[in-house]
Design a protein around this ligand. Sequence first.
Ligand SMILES: Nc1ncnc2c1ncn2[C@@H]1O[C@H](COP(=O)(O)OP(=O)(O)O)[C@@H](O)[C@H]1O
Ligand SMILES: [Mg+2]
Length: 181
Amino acid sequence: MPASAAAMPAPPADPAVPDPEPSLALADEAATAALAARLAPALRAGDLICLAGDLGAGKTAFARALINALPGPPEEVPSPTFTLVQTYPRDGLEIWHFDLYRLERADEVWELGLEEALVAGASLVEWPERAAGLLPEERLVLRFEHAGTGRRVTPEPHGSWHSRLAPLGLPLPGTGPGKTA
Ligand SMILES: Nc1ncnc2c1ncn2[C@@H]1O[C@H](COP(=O)(O)OP(=O)(O)O)[C@@H](O)[C@H]1O
Ligand SMILES: [Mg+2]
């Protein structure tokens, strides 16, 4: 039997060559808004979108664009830094915008109404790691990073989001470089 490539041992990982990440370039805030507008119509009750990334990575800008992409009055959508949560009724679906940066203990997230949000609303959560393991596994994580003067976002689908991303035209992990200029 001829030696096949499949039988060859995998080459050692080269730490100098990063794995191809299915990320999207967001050159400016308009690009962030365009991505939010693609996701917005797919949102439904029970959805959890985690907005990960450092300070200034563009999480609130994305939340603002998403809320304003849904039918309803224009909203300023400030960072809910002190209240930690703000709700926006949008055409039959309540959007809950959380910013957990100042959460002192993970379980305080329940006092913010998370349980109701997860059942009846759609939740956008900045600094989701502050809630530790209390957020359900069924979620879409959008990881924002600085990239030059713009930003870059890497979607990490969990649960049903694996099949929900492709119809939205969002890149999926393991589908090649997926980077757009
Ligand atoms: N895609 C983008 N390209 C360039 N600047 C952006 C982009 N998205 C957001 N910004 C800018 O980055 C700054 C921080 O954004 P913000 O959404 O408040 O970050 P975060 O909520 O992650 O701390 C704002 O001035 C915003 O206008
Ligand atoms: Mg923010």
